[in-house]
Design a protein around this ligand. Sequence first.
Ligand code: DON
Length: 313
Amino acid sequence: MSRSVSNLTTIVKEIADEMAQRPDRGEVANYIPELANVHNKRFGLVVVDGAGNVASAGDSEMPFSIQSISKVFTLTLALGLVGDKLWQRVGREPSGSPFNSIVQLEYERGKPRNPFINAGAIAVTDVILSGHQPREALGEILRFMRFVADDPSIAIDESVAASEQRTGFRNIALANYMKSFGVLDNPVNHVLGVYFHHCAIAMSCRQLAMAGRYLAWSGVNPSTGHSAVSAERARRINAVMLTCGHYDGSGEFAFRVGLPGKSGVGGGVLAVAPGKASIAVWSPGLDVHGNSHLGRVALEALSKRMGWSIFGV
Ligand code: DON
C-alpha cells in the first residue's frame, strides 16, 4: 500500500473515531415515519480514490435510505434524455429556501429553482417518466444506479417508499401546484410514485462512493473505464451540487467543506473531490436544514486534513 493510501486510511479511521465520541448528533428525520426507526449512533465513511483504493470506517456496509442523494442520479439521467432543454423546466440557482418550500414556486410561476429542492426533483422525475410507465421509469433509474456503482444488488426499500407515500402531503401539494402551471406532463400520482420510490433506494456508503466515481473523474469510472456522461456534464452537475446540494445550508457546506456535495434526509452525503476522490458519509442525525450534522463535520475534517477543498488548501 502506498504511503498516501495508508495516510488516507488512517485519517478516515481517525475521523470515524472522533465522530463516535461526539455528543452533538442532530435529530433523525421523523416526517417519513420509517426513517425515524434508524439509530442516530450510526456512522459510516467511505473514500474511493482514482486507483480504486477504498478507505472505510464505521457502518460503511450498512444500507441506508439515500433519499435526496438520488436526485443527483435522476438529474444525470434526465440530462441524458433531453439535454440542456431540461433547464427550461427547472432552474439552476440556489434557492436559499428549505428543501420542501412551496413559496418560491408561486413567485416563479411553477418553475422550480433547481433540480435538488423537492419541487425541482419532482419535475426532473416527470421528464424521466415521459413516454414510459412508472415501473419502466423506475427500472431505468435503478439500472443507472447499478451501472455507475457497478453493483447489481442495489434495491429499493419498499417500506420506506410506502411510508413516504402515506405521509408525503407536502410533496403532493408541490406536485399539484406545478401541475396547475403546466410544469408536469404526466399524472401527479405517477410522478410522485416514481419520486417516492427513487428516494427510497437503499445503499451503503461503499455503494454510494462507488456510484459517485463518474462525477469525480470527469464522467468516467476510472476502475472500469466506462463513461456515464461527458466531462462537461459531470463538471456542471458538480457545480449544481456545490451551489444547491444542501438547500439553504449550501453556503455553509461550501464554506466549511469546499466540495460539491448532495445530502439526503436519511443522513447520507455524497461528496466529490474532483480528480481525487468520491466520498460517502452517513450519520442519520440532521441539522436544522435537514442535512446530516456529523456528515458535514466529518467531511469538513476530511477535506481539511487531505487538502481537498476546491477553493485551495
Ligand atoms: O421528498 C422528500 O421529502 C424526501 N423523499 C427527500 C428529502 C430529502 O432527502 C431532503 N434532503 N436533505
